[in-house]
Design a protein around this ligand. Structure first.
Ligand code: DOR
Ligand code: ZN
Length: 345
């Protein structure tokens, strides 16, 4: 049997939610991943260090007994975020990054930033103290086509932030375009990008061909095939500027299967099987460890996990449940639309 050993991976972009959903989804991450950067877009959002401290406690209380898992907390940037509170969060070791959601860009982002100038004092402080900014890189201008929102964000917003604050470390989250990949490759420092599992597997046809398929809808929305190919090339290159952020984003089925469905794809449970499949297809299995386990910690200035994960290639397809049941309702698990053969031992 073919096997693959790698350092235990981490997830550098994850939505765990709260309450009943948190209780049911956390095990799918803590079973495989040592750490994860936890997104702060709860209702209400995690805006202060105190909010983050309390949320971290709720996450740790939900981790199944026997799993070792460290949630890395983020703050949700608003136009009223206090730079002193952010610095306190970093100094105390609680806060790993601050998340910028342009207001209106995605799920629970209405409290995000409309006017970047108003967030500058916080960004300046972050540049000074070495706290990274995680960016949802899409403009929200109604005139901009949804498939162009990432490319326009890079040109009109990200480039402006980076020119004003060259010392600020920026993680461009869930890169979905060749434009994003090329922008990261062109930067000599202080810029990296996460790539999701699903954007390596689907293009926009998955959402729209043969009927509208809400479980493939996420933001940034999947793009054309040549963008997916660029993401695959970046992820499997071993380049330290690219690493895994699943953006696993659980929503219960009634919130996805309706006239105005939520954005988000739930991949925590089968991400490692999916990634091994993708890296094998790209003849780059030996690069999976860099993408999932080494590049992320290096970027965030943390050691790689000590434990080893072993993946085995089974002859028969590996099955995953179609749904993750929660007390709030079922959550559909990402279906890659091909049989999975790699299984975590
Ligand atoms: O698809 C997404 N879901 N993209 C985001 O940016 C947010 C996330 C969520 O929280 O559901
Ligand atoms: Zn996200």
């Amino acid at each position: 049997m073919k096997t693959l050993s790698l350092r235990r991976p981490d997830d550098w972009h994850l939505h765990l939610r709260d309450g009943a959903v948190l209780q049911s989804v956390i095990g799918d991450t803590s079973r495989h991943f040592g750490r994860a950067i936890i997104m702060p877009n709860l209702v209400p959002p995690v805006v202060t260090t105190e909010d983050a401290r309390a949320y971290r406690e709720r996450i740790l209380a939900a981790v199944p007994a026997g799993d070792r898992f460290e949630p890395l907390m983020t703050l949700y940037l608003t136009e009223h975020t206090n730079p002193d509170d952010v610095e306190e969060g970093k100094t105390s070791g609680l806060i790993t990054a601050v998340k910028l959601y342009p207001a209106g860009a995605t799920t629970n982002s209405h409290g995000g930033v409309r006017d970047l100038d108003k967030a500058m004092p916080v960004l300046e402080r972050m540049a000074k103290i070495g706290l990274p900014l995680c960016v949802h890189g899409e403009v929200t201008t109604p005139e901009v086509d949804i498939f162009d929102r990432e490319a326009v964000f890079i040109e009109e917003k990200l480039e402006v932030i980076r020119r004003r604050l060259p010392e600020l470390k920026v993680t461009m989250e869930h890169v979905t375009t060749k434009d994003g990949v090329d922008y990261i490759l062109a930067a000599d420092r202080n810029l990296a990008g996460t790539i999701t599992t699903h954007h390596l597997i689907i293009n926009r046809n998955a959402i729209l061909v043969g009927g509208i398929r809400p479980h493939y809808y996420c933001l940034p929305v999947a793009k054309r095939e040549h963008h997916r190919q660029a993401l695959r090339k970046a992820a499997t290159s071993g380049d330290p500027r690219f690493f895994l952020g699943t953006d696993s984003a659980p929503h219960v089925d009634p919130l996805k299967e309706c006239a105005c469905g939520c954005a988000g794809i739930y991949t925590s449970i089968n991400t490692m099987s999916c990634l091994a499949h993708v890296f094998e297809e790209e003849h780059a299995l030996e690069k999976l460890e860099a993408f999932a386990s080494l590049n992320g910690p290096a970027w965030y200035g943390l050691p790689a996990n000590e434990e080893i994960m072993v993946l085995e290639r089974q002859d028969a397809p590996v099955s995953y449940p179609a749904k993750r049941d929660t007390q709030a309702g079922p959550i559909t698990v990402f279906d890659p639309m091909f049989p999975l053969h790699w299984q975590v031992r």
